[in-house]
Design a protein around this ligand. Structure first.
Ligand SMILES: [Zn+2]
Length: 268
């Protein structure tokens, strides 16, 4: 396919307001004022052409906030409705890249019954190990969340990635620890610009600008190394970094056209 023909839209499905000091690790050490951050809940739609046919790839799926607001999330547009507004039929999606296995990222994976699922091998081993050990209690994922990953594995649709890998022409994933053991950073060479979808390796712009860790981590040193890696990769490739949960992304990128404007912004 012609390199650089990809488009990337961000689709918002939920929101909440958080305190900086609640979500940034050891915030008091920085000696800067506290305040609120507007937190969005998103997934991403990448479209392109491969061997003459249209291809649709999702990064994450969102989850059903109405069924359970884990942390006080507010439902804005349920993901099935959001998918409809951006003209994506989940049964025809070619690939779903899961950034990691937390509830807000894979909660609707069961809708994508024909997609190849791309996940981090370390992420898979970590969460399936916990599931098999009956140790998911108190974690940010459930057996119900992991079931569609198991189904994809049993169908032969699961691709586990252990190192930097171009999973589709123009889309490269990088395993990165910290927030979760095997998160995938997604770099996209899109038509108008390069992008790095940091997802939960960096929730907010402050974290990228200052390399400030998030409060929720499995390994703090890995999270710090991950933030440094994101900035190195951005400098090397010229890509713009998109933090995964920052409402200000919507101020920096235009709304999508037509009915999609209700839920989507055009990142590239
Ligand atoms: Zn998240």
């Amino acid at each position: 396919m012609p390199q650089g023909s990809l488009s990337v839209w961000q689709v918002k499905y939920g929101e909440r307001v958080v305190r900086r000091s609640d979500v940034l690790h050891d915030y008091a050490q920085y000696g800067v004022p506290d305040g609120n951050l507007d937190m969005d809940y998103n997934f991403w739609v990448v479209r392109g052409r491969d061997n003459g046919r249209d291809t649709t790839i999702l990064v994450d799926t969102g989850y059903d906030i109405a069924a359970r607001d884990w942390l006080g999330e507010i439902s804005v547009t349920p993901p099935p409705e959001g998918l409809d507004l951006v003209d994506v039929d989940p049964t025809t999606v070619d690939m779903v890249i899961t950034s990691h296995f937390h509830y807000d990222h894979i909660g609707y994976l069961h809708l994508f019954t024909n997609a190849q699922v791309v996940s981090g091998r370390v992420e898979y081993d970590y969460w399936f190990g916990k599931w098999e050990a009956g140790a998911l209690e108190g974690e940010f994922t459930t057996a119900e969340n992991l079931e569609p990953v198991r189904k994809a594995r049993d169908d032969g649709r699961l691709r586990l990635v252990s190192h930097e890998t171009e999973v589709f022409p123009g889309i490269t994933v990088y395993p990165i620890g910290g927030h979760c053991p095997g998160e995938l950073l997604v770099r996209i060479d899109a038509a108008t610009r390069g992008l790095i979808l940091a997802v939960d390796a960096a929730h907010f712009y402050e974290q990228i600008e200052n390399e400030w860790p998030f409060f929720a981590f499995t390994d703090l040193d890995e999270m710090k190394a991950g933030l440094a890696f994101i900035n190195r990769l951005a400098a090397e490739t010229g890509a713009e970094v998109i933090p995964g949960h920052d409402a200000r992304v919507r101020d920096r990128y235009p709304a999508a056209p037509g009915k999609a404007a209700k839920v989507a912004n055009v990142l590239a």
